[in-house]
Design a binder for this molecule. Structure first.
Ligand SMILES: CC(C)(COP(=O)(O)OP(=O)(O)OC[C@H]1O[C@@H](n2cnc3c(N)ncnc32)[C@H](O)[C@@H]1OP(=O)(O)O)[C@@H](O)C(=O)NCCC(=O)NCCS
Length: 210
């Protein structure tokens, strides 16, 4: 397929996906700092983000990757608010093969509420409509929550890449899940609403950006 840019914003299911921007650096850094222990075991870039400047540099590089059509990364916001719930991105695009991979994380305060499953549903719809044929999700075999996202969203287990990754000093097995164009789309379900009574409470264990 032709290299093409994804929409810079996607809205639906009570969520708003917005292209990474350096203006988000402080808020995203706070998210990473507060969630470091949860994210570090699974996301290789986390140890490199030790300051707002590191985060800003990462966001600028991500924008370059977007412009080069190599990666498309989004912040997940709660509806129209400035509350950051997590991030989701499209990586490892092979335009000649119409294939790509989705990766994600959520803050502790937004975990277990379908934020990621809804975001995958929004994103895969756009990817398939643009012409992608195969979308992968590749969790570590012991990352039960990420495996559950892939299964919940209707991705099929293709297999296990045994010992394919060294992470945290140990050799790990990676699972490959995929969905092909035409297979049942993930459901967003009812619009996301914070489990807590107010967004301020959600943000107390995630973050707010003004
Ligand atoms: C992996 C990770 C993103 C999964 O997040 P999550 O919140 O469990 O996933 P979802 O947003 O799909 O939420 C699913 C939960 O919401 C519930 N839910 C509520 N409404 C829902 C809806 N409309 N759709 C889907 N699930 C819904 C599900 O029942 C499920 O509940 P459970 O946790 O009690 O089983 C998260 O654990 C994380 O950030 N981990 C660290 C980083 C990481 O591992 N990233 C992945 C690398 S491959």
């Amino acid at each position: 397929m032709e290299k093409t840019a994804l929409p810079e914003t996607m809205e639906g299911a009570g969520l708003r996906l917005v292209r990474f921007h350096p203006d988000q650096a402080r808020a995203l850094y706070e998210v990473v700092a507060l969630n470091r222990a949860r994210l570090e075991p699974y996301l290789p870039w986390v140890p490199e983000v030790l300051s707002v400047d590191d985060e800003e540099g990462a966001l600028r590089r991500a924008r370059q990757q977007w412009d080069a059509r190599n990666e498309f990364s989004y912040v997940i916001f709660a509806g129209a608010s400035a509350v950051i719930l997590g991030a989701i991105g499209v990586h490892h695009l092979v335009w000649e093969q119409d294939t790509c991979e989705i990766g994600y994380f959520v803050t502790a305060g937004a975990e277990g509420q379908g934020v990621v499953s809804r975001s995958v549903a929004l994103l895969e719809k756009v990817l398939f409509s643009l012409g992608f044929y195969r979308i992968e999700i590749r969790p570590r075999a012991d990352n039960t929550r990420s495996v559950a996202v892939a299964e919940r969203c209707g991705y099929r287990l293709d297999g296990c890449l045994r010992g394919s990754l060294i992470q945290g000093g140990l050799r790990r097995d990676m699972l490959v899940f995929s969905k092909l164009r035409g297979e049942p789309e993930a459901e967003t379900g009812p619009p996301w609403e914070p489990r807590h009574t107010t967004l301020a409470q959600v943000s107390s264990d995630s973050t707010v950006s003004a």
